[in-house]
Design a binder for this molecule. Structure first.
Ligand code: HQG
Length: 189
């Protein structure tokens, strides 16, 4: 990649991380409030960001939203508001409807969490849900964020059959409250 492109990409990644912080976890750091569905007015977001030393142009925001590898953010139909599609640690109503999951979903984690997960199940920890992936390759990427990846198979349809609810966010991430350890399979690689 040429240096200019690399710099542009770096800027967009920086903005994406900043948006994740304020739209999923800590809107208060720039003095914005999300509505109950997680939305905030884009004008307000950009003004408050600037007041806190972070200038973001509307064009950059659009680039981040459109080019984002995981489609993390959504802009409202009238183009005035923005929210994160999932991954919140503060309670927001994403309007997700419970749906039937596939037989198997995957969770990517890392070795040092494994014994605790196999003992206690998958817990949502700081987030509002446990995040599951539709395929092993995606789970591998998620797990790699924490260290050498470990892929777990989750017997999702069986869980659903026992009453557990599953949701799929608009960008294909599967969400559920907790995965009891009995539904987790780990095959040594
Ligand atoms: C682990 C990214 C010990 C869990 C990704 C994970 C995803 C336990 C970590 C999204 C445990 C939490 C979420 C237990 C769970 N004992 N460790 N009982 N239960 N854990 O980052 O799933 O880039 O909160 O395995 O793509 O890694 O932000 O969750 O390793 O979709 O858009 O506790 O974040 O998306 O870590 O990732 P995280 P996650 P974004």
């Amino acid at each position: 990649m040429d240096p200019l492109n690399r710099q542009l990409k770096g800027e967009l990644t920086g903005i994406s991380k900043f948006l994740s912080l304020v739209l999923r976890h800590k809107p208060e750091v720039i003095g914005i409030t999300l509505d109950e569905f997680g939305w905030v007015k884009i004008d307000e977001l950009l003004a408050c960001s600037e007041r806190n030393g972070r200038v973001i142009y509307r064009e950059q925001l659009n680039e981040v939203v459109n080019r984002n590898d995981k489609q993390r953010f959504a802009i409202s139909k009238d183009h005035t508001r923005i929210r994160a599609r999932q991954g919140h640690s503060i309670p927001v109503d994403l309007g997700l409807k419970p749906i039937q999951p596939p037989d198997v979903l995957y969770h990517g984690t890392t070795q040092r969490f494994l014994s605790s997960i196999l003992e206690h199940g998958l817990l949502k920890r700081k987030r509002e849900y446990v995040h599951l992936s539709p395929d092993a390759a995606t789970a591998r990427k998620v797990g790699s964020r924490h260290g050498p990846p470990v892929i777990l198979r989750i017997r999702a349809a069986d869980m659903h059959g026992q009453g557990a609810e599953f949701y799929r966010s608009e960008n294909g991430v599967w969400l559920t409250e907790i995965v009891p350890h009995g539904y987790i399979e780990h095959n040594e690689e």
